[in-house]
Design a protein around this ligand. Structure first.
Ligand SMILES: CC(C)(COP(=O)(O)OP(=O)(O)OC[C@H]1O[C@@H](n2cnc3c(N)ncnc32)[C@H](O)[C@@H]1OP(=O)(O)O)[C@@H](O)C(=O)NCCC(=O)NCCS
Length: 197
């Protein structure tokens, strides 16, 4: 496997390395207050751009990242989804998280669960991870719904204060969802209708 050129596909989506042409649609998505409602805002256009550069570096170092999401049918930029090594100390680290952010025109079509499901498969089957986590603020019901749809579970005892979010910020308190390799494998054997998708 050449980690730098890792590309994944689902029935409707391509998860692929970032291109310079993604920078403008990523910046537009990142300027949408509804998309960013539960995420830390970027401080500047440079910070937005640096987020993509960090994904490219993570892909080169580890063979995975939050990939750019592209529509197979239209080639449009849809957003970002994938896997990242947790970059801070917490009671559950070291860990790999699955995550997503989609431009608003693409919400409500099951794209995030579809992309995340492929990221989970890659994480468990190809990287050999034992567990994948996800986190967000308690109020991010859309994202928590995606976590449930992909089979992750939440134990309130795991909730934590995010060390990279300033004290006093409403984004500091986070819920943690987990999925074990065994839980994923058991679920992957079931038909999609029974698995709740
Ligand atoms: C979270 C997010 C990726 C959802 O992706 P998606 O592809 O729309 O996922 P789904 O189609 O499965 O929808 C998930 C839930 O979002 C809600 N939702 C979907 N479309 C919506 C819309 N247009 N407006 C409001 N809520 C919507 C619904 O509650 C839905 O659950 P349901 O299918 O049981 O009705 C998207 O909301 C997003 O990008 N949010 C902003 C970024 C973010 O918070 N990322 C996660 C950080 S942890």
């Amino acid at each position: 496997m050449d980690p730098v050129f890792q590309t994944l596909e689902t029935p409707r989506l391509i998860l692929r390395p970032w291109r310079d042409s993604d920078r403008a649609p990523f910046a537009a998505m990142s300027a949408d207050a509804e998309v960013m409602a539960h995420l830390l805002a970027f401080a500047s256009p440079e910070a937005t751009d640096n987020w993509i550069t960090r994904q490219q570096a993570h892909l080169a170092a580890h063979g995975f990242c939050f990939w750019a999401l592209e529509s197979r049918e239209s080639g449009e930029f849809i957003g970002a989804a994938g896997l990242l090594r947790i970059g801070y100390d917490a009671h559950f680290s070291p860990a790999v998280e699955v995550g997503w952010r989609l431009a608003r025109p693409f919400w409500g079509q099951g794209y995030a669960p579809e992309a995340a499901g492929e990221a989970l498969r890659f994480g468990f089957e190809q990287i050999g991870l034992q567990e994948i986590v996800a986190n967000t603020v308690p109020a991010n019901h859309n994202s928590r719904r995606v976590m449930e749809k992909i089979g992750m579970s939440h134990d309130p005892a795991d909730d934590f204060d995010h060390p990279l979010v300033p004290v006093g910020s409403p984004l500091r308190r986070q819920v943690l969802y987990r999925l074990s390799r065994e839980g994923w494998a058991a679920r992957a054997l079931r038909p999609a209708t029974q698995a709740g998708l």
